[in-house]
Design a protein around this ligand. Structure first.
Ligand code: FAD
Length: 269
């Protein structure tokens, strides 16, 4: 779909060209959401892909820096490397996106997080791995924010006009964690009812991120593997379940308790 109010797409050659961003001039990632529905008031797009950012970089400290323009296909193609035990979670989360090969090859990590859908598969990934966004601000500086607080509600983030997500940073401890994943939908190829992504750090800490059935990423954190009853209580206390065609709030809460316990047992090794 061509948004009817869109006049032009700008190809930036440097960060300076991002100064054009405003209330009506937005960043373009892969365009899979932007061109899928009307965008009231949008007059211009600035195509971030033209900036040619390297999709991902192995950090010197053992962490991983993922460019906002890294596509889903590039994300899941990151090769294994010693110390990166969390890598299988990347594909598990990416495959929970309901998508065609076009979306797989075009949608970007930054675009997925900025869109802030409950089904934001890479929001769950970044939530479980404590991903931190590097956000370029219009004054030429940058700010950092955890993905879990950046996404405030469905289609709502802390991003201000003129700001651009530059990268998603994953710390070495998160990359070294054992991970587990569960997703359930009412239909075999249906949109997610609930999605749970979790990690257990080398030092024992346990982090569970629940998305899909909650209006925002819900991150539960324990200093060590919790007991079955404490985990069930924490998942049951999540306040932001919602009901829609893909599941009722009470079903989402109940099934998430069961799936969280499966994850707890899987990571109890
Ligand atoms: C058939 C279909 C199925 C889909 N299924 C899912 C699904 O299951 N889960 C899901 O989450 N989404 C889904 N989507 C929506 C969308 O395809 C994905 O969210 C995708 O990851 C968006 O990424 P993109 O790069 O294409 O974003 P774009 O469409 O380019 O941009 C999306 C939004 O993010 C902003 N943006 C993009 N990059 C940045 C950046 N670096 N900094 C700041 N803002 C930025 C844009 O201005 C825009 O507001 C689906 C779409 C379709 C058409």
């Amino acid at each position: 779909m061509d948004p009817p109010t869109l006049n032009r797409v700008v190809l930036p050659s440097s960060r300076r060209d991002l100064a054009a961003l405003s209330d009506t001039v937005h960043p373009l990632g892969g365009g899979t959401w932007l061109f899928s529905e009307p965008q009231d008031g949008l007059t211009e797009l600035v195509d971030l892909v033209a900036l040619g950012w390297t999709p991902w970089v192995a950090r010197a400290d053992g962490g991983l820096s993922i460019a906002a323009t890294c596509t889903v296909a590039q994300l899941v193609a990151i090769p294994p490397r010693p110390g990166w035990r969390a890598l299988p979670l990347f594909r598990q989360c990416a495959e929970s996106l309901l998508q065609s090969f076009k979306i797989w090859n075009t949608a970007t990590v930054g675009g997925n997080i900025a869109t802030a859908l409950a089904a934001g598969a890479l929001i769950g990934l970044a939530g479980a791995l404590d991903g931190e966004l590097v956000i370029w601000t219009p004054d030429g500086g940058e700010r950092r924010e955890a993905v879990s607080s950046f996404v405030r509600a469905q289609r709502s983030t802390s991003l201000l006009p003129g700001e651009v997500i530059r990268s998603i940073e994953l710390a070495p401890e998160a990359m070294a964690a054992e991970t587990a994943f569960r997703r359930i939908a009412l239909a075999p190829l249906g949109r997610a009812g609930t999605v749970l992504a979790a990690r257990r750090d080398p030092r024992g800490g346990f982090v569970l991120c629940v998305t899909g059935g909650t209006t925002r990423p819900e991150v539960l954190r324990f200093p060590e593997l919790p007991s079955a009853s404490s985990l069930a209580a924490a998942v049951g206390a999540i306040p932001s379940w919602f009901s829609d065609a893909h599941g009722a709030a009470d079903w989402r809460a109940a099934v998430s308790v069961l799936l969280a316990e499966e994850i707890r047992q899987e990571l109890d090794r």
